[in-house]
Design a protein around this ligand. Sequence first.
Ligand code: 39S
Ligand code: ZN
Length: 767
Amino acid sequence: MQTHNLGYPRIGKQRELKKACESYWSGKIDQSELLAVAQQIKEQNWQTQQAAGIDLIPINDFSLYDHVLDMSLLVGAIPERYEPLAQQSVLDLYFAMARGYQKEGLDLKAMEMTKWFDTNYHYIVPEFTKKQTFQLFGNKVFEEFAQAQQLRLNAKPVLIGPVSYLLLGKEKEENFNKLDLIDRLLPVYIQILQQLEAAGATWVQMDEPYLGMDLTDRERQTFLEVYSEIRKQLPRLQLILASYFECFHDNLTTALHLPVEVLHLDLVRCPQQLDQVLTHQDLGSQILSLGVVDGRNVWKNDFQKSLQMIQKAVDKVGSQRVWIAPSCSLLHSPYDLELEKNLQPEIKQWLAFAKQKLVEVVTLARLASGESSPELEQSLQENIQAHQNRSTSPLIHNPKVKERLSSIEEKDFWRHSPFKVRQQLQKARFKLPLFPTTTIGSFPQTTQVRQLRAKLKSGKITQAEYEAEIEKAILEAIRWQEEIGIDVLVHGEFERNDMVEYFGELLEGFAITENGWVQSYGSRCVKPPIIYGDVVRSRDLSVRWISFAQKHTQKLMKGMLTGPVTILQWSFVRDDQPRRDTAFQIALAIRDEVLALEQADIKIIQIDEPAIREGLPLRKKDWAAYLEWAIKAFRLAASGVKDETQIHTHMCYSEFNDIIEHIAAMDADVITIETSRSEMELLEAFVNFKYPNEIGPGVYDIHSPRVPSVSEIKHLLNKAIEVLPVENIWVNPDCGLKTRRWEETKISLQNMVQAARELRQRVLVES
Ligand code: 39S
Ligand code: ZN
């Protein structure tokens, strides 16, 4: 039984690529040094996959920044504004597209970035114009294929399929549909495939994840036309069509009609798809690639369950027509469980990271082929035992938590009084000026602060020394906010490595890894905590720092927490209970922390939920069910407090039009959102809906070092004043400031405060 892999993590076991890229960008190493690191990672990845016994190994899944951007380069979809860089190296052009270019009097904006389906990975969005043309430009895929051949690898080039590539992009002009471009794009794809075939490729993997999404008839039709044309032009090349993250649903017939040799099924996300495919009248003679090993989570595969599925397929179509694979690219998994030295052994035996998943794929194929050996038998027995252990472990199951969860009552989701009542009480209590100013929570995480944490970890400084330094940073931030006249202060979050990992470290039921890094975008990585068991808050999460900060100022200090849905979304979650239950458990823990902050005399508490929108299921039909529990989880966390305690929430990069009533149903007293990049356009949803609560539309973009002028900020604020009741408006930046430097942060916030002051004057005079 053949095995293959869909893609492998590429940031490097110890994040070597991240470090090399960042060194290259800051001019510390040159191109050849960067490319040498990349080459090493690639070859190590190939070697790992080969050693595990994977038959067909993906190539071109590696990327220096993003594989969608690679595709744009390959088909020459380079936005016009980068024309001045035509003389530069392709590498610098590539990074300019990814990160923008501010040098030699040029100021070229980066291409937009957005979430890769429902993962925490971000891709660079292709830009299309009406006159868009395509031509073969990059040559990475050919180079990598040649390298792999030299190493005698059984290599399978991976491309994003042409239809999904177009659908991932964005029209930069009105009056055309990106799908219209297919006639110009397809010839370039055919050229690429011909060139690969000529170089000796026998298999090519085309990723078409849009086959799992809601599609129009025209889009489905395009899939059929495109693949029949490819077939016509390349009658011998063998194609693997890979879709993942969702069921085909109403696209199943289309998927089955595509003239490809192998159809890949994500049987982790959609186990029921196996029966649907096997019993479908249109099932032809294609090979089925069974994605049984979860590429997006960290749990050990359940061999017995997988073997049952594989057997079912074999019975129906024969073992010649069954391949075994991970459910999707392993890009979303951490590298190697063996690098973890501090995980509890009991928990560790439940887990598999990318390297272990390869072995699972191969072991499953061998077991399913009826091979038998003492090692195989042992693997199977170990696997069965690990699952038995996990299903009953007291580490996971806490009767008290389950009892509390089942005794939640309707009233626990509701504040005592409606917003209008709370607003009056809060206005009387806080006596804030019109257009109160605040920030989202984090201040610059300098190298100094991060190194402090690294020193604490390696034992070079003590906990007490660490805390003293953090206190110093907080005090400086307070003094400085007071000086420039911010109304509601924050402590700056210097004690946090990441807004999710930090809480994972303190809550029971979460495990933290040392090296479980996953690429988030470009060189940026996250280390998602692993939620393995029932969640308990057995100690204070933030009170120590927030109340320290409040004690050192007369002004209001805002308490900062991450919300339950965001903690859930950005962690590896349990697969042994519904996400809703886990979200509610986290919500109860956060609720207790909110109450502890209130007890400690913190009067304003922010519960961030940047991930609420991105948690939306890929198919619209599933939205309502998700929103039902997600909004409730937030309310459960937020609703324990008194009326006069003010709850804030914050959301970034969110389009709110289609979910605005649910945002309103969160009933936060104040919501701060990202609006500046769209010139307050994002505010429209709130205006049209007559959003009842207070709102802080971000008045400057924190994603670039650019300092906004007072008049610019006033301009945006004026736009907000035109459409929102003045008594509901807050003034704040777009998002947290942790990725910024102090230099620009200070001037920007000074300008923001000044703009608010000038507007207060004007509005007071007018009224
Ligand atoms: N998901 C999560 N979990 N958190 C988020 O903030 C986001 N935001 C969006 C969506 N998803 C999210 C994505 N945006 C970073 C920035 C923005 C992101 C995602 C990631 C980011 O900067 N990540 C850091 C990075 O890639 C890691 C952050 C971290 O955990 O560099 N830092 C550790 C800390 O502060 C230190 C890790 C480290 O590398 O303690 N330390 C150095 C080392 O050990 C030493 C310190 C140094 O010299 O810098 O070698
Ligand atoms: Zn934000």
